[in-house]
Design a protein around this ligand. Structure first.
Ligand code: C2E
Ligand code: MG
Ligand code: MG
Ligand code: MG
Length: 293
């Protein structure tokens, strides 16, 4: 009896596993074709500088329009696969090229100058040719390196300190800015903050989420802001969703915010519209902050 049950259970699991493997392989096959089929696109999420109330930057965020259809697959469902398969290298290069070209176009159109943030994954970061690739893209587009920020995560820095230091130095020497994304969630020691040339810390959304209810989250945010200030780094708060959170964070001296409360990630045309509507002639004010999009 037990043996029979065991066997059935086993069959059940294999069938389920089989389906999962199939689904995964199917996704992988589709992702391999996605670049040449032009199925990737970028959305851009505005970053607002609190002192001026202006949109001073955008973060490029990858989207996949699977089979060219209407539905955008969320990054958490396909970026891990891109990373495991190494596809993130060519796709990441496409992201850089596309985002830089777009930012340059906005510059030429006379929109307020924007800092462009692009996410870089570990596989991409440790490619020997990354600085050279970036150099070429910046040069071809006539975009200044000082306007580019690379967002890396603490997990990248866990892997190899020697190599990451020289890599970051090279990028820094090119005039590129470095931000630590999802700061405070990476289980890494803080020692790297002393050794590595880092310009900006992005406070992870988990702390922002809890800060108005949980004094511990509030304490962590205050400590991160203080830490950054003392180390001469800027701070961006991610995932600001409410007026209360915005108020809380701005009182504590955080420089920049990014979150649904200010704006969701938008297609390029949406960014243009937003900038033109809210900052005609380059005018200031965060008065539009209360407007959800
Ligand atoms: P991330 O770099 O930390 O990007 C911020 C994520 O938080 C984005 O999710 C954004 O839509 C979301 N977000 C922003 N404000 C809010 C808010 O107020 N509330 C909530 N709930 N979420 C908010 P998204 O676009 O789904 O991207 C998820 C992650 O995928 C990114 O996290 C990044 O790690 C990765 N990713 C996205 N694009 C790229 C890319 O081009 N290259 C690489 N390597 N990774 C990317
Ligand atoms: Mg990011
Ligand atoms: Mg983040
Ligand atoms: Mg993230």
């Amino acid at each position: 009896q037990a043996k029979k049950l065991g066997k059935n259970t086993f069959q059940f699991f294999t069938r389920e596993m089989d389906q999962r493997i199939r689904k995964r392989l199917d996704l992988e096959t589709r992702l391999r074709r996605a670049l040449e089929r032009n199925e990737f696109l970028l959305h851009y999420q505005p970053q607002v500088e609190l002192s001026s109330g202006r949109v001073t930057g955008v973060e490029g965020l990858l989207r996949w329009c699977k089979d060219g259809g209407e539905i955008l697959v969320p990054p958490r469902e396909f970026i891990p696969i891109l990373e495991e398969t190494g596809l993130i290298v060519p796709v990441g290069e496409w992201v850089l090229q596309t985002a830089v070209a777009q930012a340059r176009q906005w510059e030429l159109a006379g929109l307020a100058p924007l800092q462009l943030a692009v996410n870089i994954s570990a596989r991409q970061f440790y490619r020997e040719s990354l600085p050279e690739k970036i150099h070429t893209i910046l040069e071809q587009n006539g975009f200044s390196s000082s306007r580019l920020t690379l967002e890396i995560t603490e997990s990248i820095l866990l892997q190899d300190t020697g190599e990451s230091l020289s890599k970051l130095r090279t990028l820094k020497d090119m005039g590129i800015n470095i931000a630590i994304d999802d700061f405070g969630t990476g289980y890494s020691s803080l020692a790297y903050l002393k050794r590595l040339p880092i310009d900006e810390l992005k406070i992870d959304r988990v702390f922002v989420e809890g800060m108005t209810e949980d004094p511990k989250d509030a304490a962590l945010i205050e400590a991160i802001i203080e830490l950054a200030r003392k180390l001469g780094m800027k701070v961006v708060a991610e995932g600001v969703e409410t007026a209360e959170q915005l108020d809380f964070i701005s009182r504590r001296g955080c420089e920049k915010v990014q979150g649904f409360f200010l704006s969701r990630p938008l297609p390029a045309a949406g960014v243009e519209e937003l900038l033109k509507a809210h900052f005609p002639g380059g005018e200031d004010r965060v008065g539009w902050a209360g407007r959800r999009r």
